[in-house]
Design a protein around this ligand. Structure first.
Ligand code: HSE
Length: 324
């Protein structure tokens, strides 16, 4: 019986969450696929860190080529984060005939065409469900069950860190810096939280959503973006006095003439609106399709296990095809 062999690039928060998801649910994953699934090599320098998992030392390598050139490895999971070297590594893996799964929104948003074209040219899969909405299965749904629609609008809370910060400032009266540290400790925030708090992470995710929904690539830096680092407790209290909550919203809409408008910014949302009640690291995505109407997706948008769930889901989708 074939075992699906995986090379993992990066054993940080999300890499560890993915490893744990596989270990925790190995029986279900393997019996669903009817095959073994093994992470056989891991590109990671920090082999001593206590991650709460036991990883055999022989799995670690410091040479990515050892993974790309290994004829036994079917799938490369990229969880390094950041644009480079992650993009270069994914291109090398695709060109080596490996399927690639990534959670890396910055790399996918910056190099969407280079990556998707390389996958097509090499007749392999590139899947990135975990890059938008963490554990929420939004990308596969847009590209699968909803594909028959003309999409009209998307409105989303797409960043867990900022939603966590705004929720705790609003509900607990805590200050910005304290809550940011808490979000970092819980593994929601990026290594450099500037990308979260300045709205860049949400813009990366909106780039990916627009490419899938509208077939239009808009570079993240071309999306008008305002973050939450300037939001004060006073503004939050003023919004509350007007029956509103402040939420960081990513929004894109396709007009009747075909033009697309897009932005990421903090918005005052009526406290009775469903988006106002999306709390902590949860994300929510509203989508409007011309046939299906309005849909809303809700779930944990950040964190090692929800993201690991989406990564392993992509791995299993690819494995099913390999095994056919
Ligand atoms: N830093 C991101 C967030 C992680 O807070 O949403 C998930 O993409």
């Amino acid at each position: 019986m074939k075992t699906i062999k995986i090379g993992l690039l990066g054993l940080g928060n999300i890499g560890t969450g993915t490893y744990k998801t596989l270990e925790m649910n190995r029986k279900e994953i393997e019996s669903t696929l009817g095959t073994g699934v093994e992470i056989t090599k891991i590109l990671e320098k920090d082999i001593d860190r206590d991650r709460g998992i036991t990883v055999p030392l022989e799995k670690f390598t410091s040479d990515p080529e050892e993974i790309f050139k290994d004829p036994e490895i079917d799938i490369v999971i990229e969880l390094l984060g950041g644009i480079e070297p992650a993009t270069g590594f994914m291109l090398s893996a695709l060109k080596s005939g490996k399927h690639v799964v990534t959670a890396n929104k910055a790399a996918v948003a910056a190099n969407y065409h280079a990556l998707t074209d390389a996958a097509k040219e090499n007749n392999v899969f590139l899947k990135f469900e975990a890059s938008v909405g963490g554990g929420i299965p939004i990308l596969g749904t847009l590209d699968g069950p909803l594909r028959a629609n003309k999409f009209e609008e998307i409105l989303g809370i797409l960043n867990g860190t900022t939603n966590y910060i705004l929720t705790m400032m609003t509900n607990e009266g805590l200050d910005y810096e304290t809550v940011l540290k808490d979000a970092q400790a819980q593994g929601f925030a990026e290594a450099d939280p500037t990308a979260d708090v300045e709205g860049i992470d949400a813009a990366n995710k909106l780039t990916i959503l627009m490419a899938l929904m509208f077939g239009k690539y808009v570079a993240p830096e071309d999306i008008p973006t305002t973050g939450i680092s300037h939001i004060t407790k006073k503004e939050i209290d003023e919004a509350a006095a007007n029956g509103c909550k402040i939420k960081l919203i990513a929004h894109a809409t396709k007009k009747e003439d075909g033009t697309i408008e897009y932005e990421v910014r903090p918005m005052h949302i009526s406290a009775t609106h469903p988006l106002a009640n999306i709390n902590k690291e949860f994300n929510a995505v509203f989508v409007k399709g011309n046939a299906v109407g309005d849909l809303m997706f809700y779930g944990k948008g950040a964190g090692p296990l929800p993201t690991g769930s989406a990564v392993m889901g992509d791995v299993m989708e690819i494995a099913k095809t390999i095994l056919k």
